[in-house]
Design a protein around this ligand. Structure first.
Ligand SMILES: *Cc1c(COP(=O)(O)O)cnc(C)c1O
Length: 464
């Protein structure tokens, strides 16, 4: 959510003048940025809020976000039935607490925890909170180790690719951990094992590997990173754990890339997070963090809440939170099973691969990724095109309601500007063909343009 701040956009909010047919008393205006003196009729209040929100984009045409925008009607019904549940109230809602624990078990199985009974974990508000918890556990573990060895524990660092999602910058900033970033190089748009290990030392609390880079949907080489860290340990005696940020890929790879070894099958992987509200197919508001065993989550970070007269361990940044998202996650697990998830995710990948190759065939574009890892692909304009930019393409497509973000890459590829398309549940081949038709219609207009109109300053955010 935005922060109201003096440095933010300043907007004078005028009072709302109500349709005179609905005015029952007063002067027919309602203040919008402070509490009104009187109450408003509920139907009128509903209509006002409903109407204002019509100006929000159409979530289904939003090709920028990874976050769930469609669920089955049965899920919507369950959501409406469970909006009132506070998941922290384990004593009042023991069954919701039970569903949460079942989801943790399901994910521990899915990610091949060596002993599911020993794996530990919980729901979070999303991968961002999960990253904070994972990072805190790694930092605390490292501090304990340093202190036990009589070494200083005040200068921790964490190693990752420059393509990490902003939540890791927050983690480093908020919890005083030095961020060591591996830059991009030529056509390497994410971390490499070799470069990661070069940045490690005895103050490294972990290497973060991303299963599914938000920049281009590519998987980072988790297994190679682990192997390189094994060799690093043999040479130096320094044992650096790995955390996998599988915000998206944690719910793709187990179904579509079953031979890919990226999870707890690698002994060095201490913890994994995913966003339930991305390819876990739930509406916004849920993520998951799993530790391979209790030793990976230091006991002194855990708090206990009352649960049916006994003590339930918790680890979270916040306290009260809706229980409905957990219910919806469990619904999806129950509803889809291995087969269902495989079908849903395969359909998204098929669309991504199809759309990517069709876009490649249009002529002016060059693919950076092909949609065959995450169902996500990034593409750029061919170098010889100088009369329009990816930002122009993004703007043109917006005229038809499509939100396709354009953005520049970070160090050392600031020269590269790309577009990115995310395919997720609720998007169909039919919609893909419509998107393609709109892109084809816009291209002749763009090609006739004498010079670029939009640059990166008019770019759209994509860090979802
Ligand atoms: C989306 C994303 C996040 C942040 O996840 P939220 O669930 O939105 O908090 C973190 N890491 C990666 C790789 C992501 O794709």
């Amino acid at each position: 959510m935005g922060l109201k701040h003096p440095k933010g956009p300043q907007k004078k909010i005028k009072d709302l003048k109500i349709d005179p047919l609905f005015v029952q008393e007063g002067d027919g205006t309602i203040p919008r940025d402070r509490l009104g003196q009187d109450e408003t009729d509920p139907d009128l209040a509903y209509q006002i809020v409903h109407d204002e929100l019509m100006l929000d984009g159409n979530a289904r045409l939003n090709m920028a976000t990874f976050v769930g925008t469609w669920m089955e009607p049965q899920a919507q019904k369950l959501a409406a039935e469970t909006f009132d549940k506070n998941m922290i109230d384990k004593d009042e809602y023991p069954q919701t607490a039970d569903l949460e624990m079942r989801c943790v078990s399901i994910l521990s199985h899915l990610w091949n925890a060596p002993d599911v009974d020993k794996a530990t974990g919980c729901s979070t508000t999303g991968s961002s909170e999960a990253a904070m918890l994972a990072g805190l556990a790694l930092k605390r573990r490292w501090q304990h180790k340093q202190k036990a060895e009589g070494k200083p524990a005040d200068r921790p660092n964490i190693v990752m690719g420059i393509n990490v999602q902003i939540c890791w910058e927050k983690f480093a900033n908020y919890w005083d951990v030095e961020m060591r970033l591996v830059p991009m190089e030529e056509n390497r748009f994410h971390i490499s094992a070799e470069e990661a290990v070069k940045l490690c030392d005895e103050n490294t609390i972990a290497v973060v590997a991303i299963l599914g880079s938000t920049f281009d949907g590519s998987y980072e080489p988790v297994q190679d990173i682990c192997t390189a860290l094994d060799r690093f340990e043999e040479k130096t005696g320094i044992d650096v754990p790995v955390h996998v940020d599988a915000a998206s890929g944690g719910m793709i790879a187990p179904f579509l890339d079953r031979d890919l070894i990226w999870d707890f099958r690698l002994p060095r992987v201490a913890s994994i997070n995913t966003s339930g509200h991305k390819y876990g197919l739930v509406y916004p508001g849920v993520g998951w963090i799993i530790w391979r065993d209790a030793a990976s989550l230091p006991e002194d970070l855990i708090f206990y809440v009352n649960y049916l007269g006994s003590n339930m361990p918790t680890f979270a940044l916040n306290f009260s939170r809706p229980g409905s998202q957990i219910v919806l996650q469990y619904y999806n697990f129950l509803r889809l099973g291995m087969e269902g998830f495989t079908k849903v995710q395969q359909y998204s990948r098929d669309i991504a691969v199809h759309l990517a190759s069709e876009i490649e065939n249009l002529g002016p574009f060059e693919l950076i990724t092909r949609g065959d890892e995450l169902p996500v692909f990034a593409f750029k304009l061919k170098d010889e095109i100088d009369n329009f930019t990816v930002f122009d393409v993004s703007n043109r497509m917006r005229e038809r309601g499509w939100l396709i973000p354009a953005y520049t890459f970070p160090k050392n590829r600031e020269d590269l500007a790309a577009l990115r398309i995310v395919i997720r549940r609720g998007f169909s081949f039919d919609l893909a063909d419509m998107l393609l038709a709109d892109l084809k219609r816009q291209l002749p207009l763009l090609e006739r343009q004498p010079e670029p109109v939009h640059d990166e300053k008019s770019g759209t955010g994509f860090h979802h």
